[in-house]
Design a protein around this ligand. Sequence first.
Ligand code: ADP
Length: 297
Amino acid sequence: MIAVVGSLNLDLVVPVPQHPVPGETVLGGGIAQHPGGKGANQAVAAARLGGDVAFVGRVGEDDAAGVMLDAVREEGVDTTHITRTPDVATGRALIAVDPAGENTIIVSPGANARLGAADCEAAAGLLQKAAVTVLQQEVPDEANHAAARLAGGIVLYNPAPAVAGAVPPPHVDVLVPNRTELAALTGTPVPETIDDVVAAARKLTGAGAVIVTLGGDGVLLLEGASHLHIPAFTVRPVDTTAAGDSFCGALAVALAEGRALEQAARWACAAAAISTTRAGAQPSLARREEVDAFLAG
Ligand code: ADP
């Protein structure tokens, strides 16, 4: 079983002719509403790939809470440990997208910011028996630290989004940053070349293994003194939103099934590549049969 401890956000997406500057109002197009949040995206990614997934998180008592709970439940995610929190809104992301596809995003964490050590302690039995516990940085550090401490299996930590001042748990088994997040964790400029990535990733201590996701360049895997570059699969990407979430969800499934890290990372690259060929976050996430067919060629 896979435990995901993390955020649930209702994404509100508005197309804009151009992004407003401070003090300006622009008229946007029709609003669309989608389930999102890194925790929910990664849980759905893992569930679609055949993972048995349980979620630890918080929503409010508003309409958005129902939308989010239904969205993850419909994918087969166990929502027993998602707590409805009075007097606070469910997390939301306000996303404006211009005609070039550039977006600006404001996340209002709402109930996600109330997730704490007590929520993880209440789910201690679940975390203890999970083969993999998956964490990100859209909930307070306190919750992540407690979850990592209570986890009985592999702790997979995705330090996303790059939040200034966020502190990962003292020990995680697999740390999965992208280039920007690696720079934030190490205080170095965003690494460009593979050699730069290796040098920056070597500065990270407290992780059993590090997998740096490199977009269309694939991933760099570091374990002990050795490193390995796994190139990305060649696809025609249309929207890379949630590629990282797709990768983390898939990696969790493969590790929970007992695959070795390198094999798990390759499989996760296939799932993530498929997700870039479709629009949106959760709608783009791959199903297991698709990944198998993709790899069979
Ligand atoms: P994030 O969304 O967190 O920034 P990345 O952009 O690094 O994450 O993407 C995560 C993974 O998705 C990559 O390691 C790669 O395996 C896959 N991926 C992303 N972009 C592409 C692409 N253009 N072609 C093929 N695979 C891709």
